[in-house]
Design a protein around this ligand. Structure first.
Ligand code: NDP
Length: 287
């Protein structure tokens, strides 16, 4: 079997087109969605992520502003920036690019962002709402994965979904969203013995581990749908996922490529969250 390569580019283009229309009609009503991104320090990878996010905003007509602060910015100064943005009516989404310099407490920063503007969905209030199924902004990477599954016609309800990785950004919210879609969910992590025996039961396998090409054909049930969240750079400079694409494609029915699928989808969900937050702030919609 050779798996269908999920066409991330097409899915992303369709969604961004839709978002662009929504931004157009909101702007015509006098509500231009706005995203503020704060970047502290000069981490090269973070700078690239931030640039890509700003570019994506521009493409769909979202107002974006990037505040580049020096590495020696104090926690107090950063909290003051967030407070100003919380009060700014033209800004509907606030994103502080992680990781932050070591002298700043990430939790304190996340807690300071208004949950209504928390487009990353890292704030404990939004994480809690996700857990109990209350409407809220949804975390971008896992929400993007659900959208990919929907748009590829993958049935989730009643299926066994296995998530490899249990981080607060990927694994845990991913499992929650799959559960919300009525999958039976198993989470694997670094202490899971005989992981292969579990991943081989998955109808849907989502991998977010940060280990290049760790998941091989022998981890995959024939016909499974495989979603690779991982982004790893090999010494050669090549970007690869956590799944060995060529090997896995011999067994899976559908598989996402890296790069070009979950990464751009994550940014697209950030745009969607900003629009949703703008709608909610203007009383034209809810979270
Ligand atoms: P973390 O390092 O925070 O979490 C990694 C998880 O993988 C942990 O739960 C860890 O388990 C688990 N793990 C590590 N080694 C193994 C192993 N050998 N077997 C099973 N589980 C293991 O990473 P993130 O969740 O932040 O990111 C994961 C990957 O996703 C990275 O490649 C990252 O670059 C990528 N990513 C991509 C995004 C995108 O937009 N496409 C967005 C965010 C992340 P334990 O908890 O036991 O330590």
């Amino acid at each position: 079997m050779t798996a269908e390569r999920i066409n991330g580019k097409q899915i992303v283009a369709e969604l961004r087109e839709q978002i662009s229309h929504e931004v157009g009609s909101l702007t015509a009503e006098g509500i231009r969605p706005g995203l503020a991104v704060i970047l502290v320090g000069d981490d090269a990878a973070s700078a690239v992520y931030v640039r890509n996010k700003a570019k994506a905003c521009e493409q769909v007509g979202i107002h974006s502003e990037v505040h580049r602060l020096p590495a020696e910015t104090t926690q107090e100064e950063l909290l003051q920036w967030i407070e100003r943005l919380n009060r700014n009516d033209e800004i509907h989404g606030i994103l502080v690019q992680l990781p932050l310099p070591k002298h700043i407490d990430e939790d304190a920063v996340i807690d300071a962002i208004s949950p209504l503007k928390d487009v990353d969905c890292f704030h404990p209030v939004n994480v809690g709402n996700l857990m109990i199924g209350k409407p809220s902004l949804l975390p971008c990477t896992p929400a993007g994965v659900i959208e990919i599954l929907r748009r590829t016609g993958t049935e989730i309800a009643g299926k066994h979904a296995v998530v490899v990785g249990r981080s607060n950004i990927v694994g845990k919210p991913m499992a929650m969203l799959l559960l919300r879609e009525h999958a039976t969910v198993t989470i694997c992590h670094s202490r899971t013995p005989d992981m292969e025996a579990i991943t081989r039961q998955a109808d849907i396998l989502v991998v977010g581990v940060g280990r290049a090409q760790m998941i091989k054909a022998n981890h995959i049930k024939p016909g499974a749908v495989v979603i690779d969240v991982g982004i790893n750079r090999l010494e050669s400079g090549q970007l690869v996922g956590d799944v060995d694409y060529e090997d896995a494609a011999t067994v899976a029915s559908k598989i996402t490529p890296v790069p070009g699928c979950v990464g751009p989808m994550t940014i697209t969900m950030l745009l969607a969250n900003t629009v949703q937050a703008a709608r909610a702030a203007s009383g034209k919609g809810s979270l």
